[in-house]
Design a binder for this molecule. Structure first.
Ligand SMILES: *[C@@H]1O[C@H](CO)[C@@H](O)[C@H](O)[C@H]1NC(C)=O
Ligand SMILES: *[C@@H]1O[C@H](CO)[C@@H](O)[C@H](O)[C@H]1NC(C)=O
Ligand SMILES: [Zn+2]
Length: 288
């Protein structure tokens, strides 16, 4: 009994201290997908619903965290959640989009292109339900600045610090802490209230920018490389003034929150634009 208990404690500790996942937390992904749902055409909305697994209850947002849970089942998918750089605040596809074995395209930008192409092509061998769930997740990830951060500190994961009085790390601050603190302080701890506030900003405050967010000239691919470049630049700002053992509080929070809210908004609008393009009627014609 004593030994078993000890083993159990050890196991729990190992799991709890395993390298942090690269991903917006559950709320960030949910919000990106919820916002996207509101911008889908009827045609795309129907096509998406047809592809959702039964457990989603007809709601795309319910599936947007699925990809994070596949990291152990699909080990190859782990590098697809991010695209770190050598510290120059840029994303360079040829240089940065590969896994640790050097296999090309194995990064979040390659993955967004991969699953977009797979969904467009009805003869693709990949499971379209999985392609949809991967795509919806990775469009979220590419908008989280620290998913295009400095490789030397694993996108902020190795920068341990305090978020107010809690232990955290810089990556986690951008994945979850800013969103959680905002929900507690301003939105009654209610996710849908925060989503509504962001949506209101899209139609009012950002209504002039919104069309530019969607604009993408690339016909063959998506514009995920552009989104990664934006994230890499924002990540550089996120590192400013932050060191090992820093304590981040109100100053950092109030600077980061508007950035996080805008990235969630852009992620949602762009995910919808990608899905609208994929499912715009001529899907069958395109594949041959
Ligand atoms: C593309 O998708 C397939 C099926 O999930 C996967 O095996 C492959 O690694 C993916 N490649 C990229 C670059 O995402
Ligand atoms: C709305 O937009 C303003 C101005 O860009 C920004 O400061 C604020 O954080 C945004 N709020 C939400 C909920 O997106
Ligand atoms: Zn992820």
């Amino acid at each position: 009994m004593g030994l078993l208990l000890l083993l159990h404690v050890l196991l729990v500790t190992v799991v709890a201290t395993a390298p942090t996942a690269h991903a917006w937390g559950k709320d960030g992904h949910y919000m990106v997908c919820k916002i996207a749902e509101g911008f889908l055409t009827d045609e795309a909305s129907t096509a998406v619903k047809d592809l959702l697994p039964g457990w989603a209850g007809g709601d795309l947002a319910e599936t947007c965290l699925w990809a994070d849970k596949q990291r152990f089942r699909y080990r190859w998918s782990s590098p697809l959640h991010f695209a770190d750089n050598p510290g120059d605040c840029k994303f360079d596809y040829a240089r940065d989009c590969h896994n640790t074995k050097g296999e090309k395209d194995m990064c979040v930008v390659g993955a967004v292109n991969n699953y977009t192409a797979a969904l467009k092509d009805s003869s693709s061998p990949f499971d379209p339900t999985e392609s949809l769930m991967f795509l919806a997740h990775f469009v979220g990830d590419v908008h989280q600045p620290l998913h295009c951060g400095n490789a030397d500190n694993l996108g902020g994961n190795t920068i341990k610090l305090h978020w107010y009085r809690r232990q955290s790390n810089l990556h986690k601050v951008w994945d979850v802490e800013v969103i959680e603190t905002a929900m507690k302080d301003f939105y009654n701890d209610d996710r849908s209230t925060m989503i509504e506030a962001i949506k209101l900003n899209i139609t009012e405050e950002w209504s002039n920018e919104e069309k530019q967010w969607e604009a993408c000239r690339s016909r063959a691919k998506t514009c995920a490389d552009k989104y990664a470049m934006e994230s890499a630049q924002l990540a550089c700002k996120a590192y400013e003034g932050v060191e090992q053992d820093s304590t981040l509080e109100d100053d950092y929070f109030f600077a980061a929150l508007p950035v996080v809210q805008k990235r969630i908004a852009q992620g949602g609008v762009r995910l919808a634009a990608i899905l609208n393009k994929i499912f715009s009627g001529n899907r069958r014609l395109q594949s041959s």
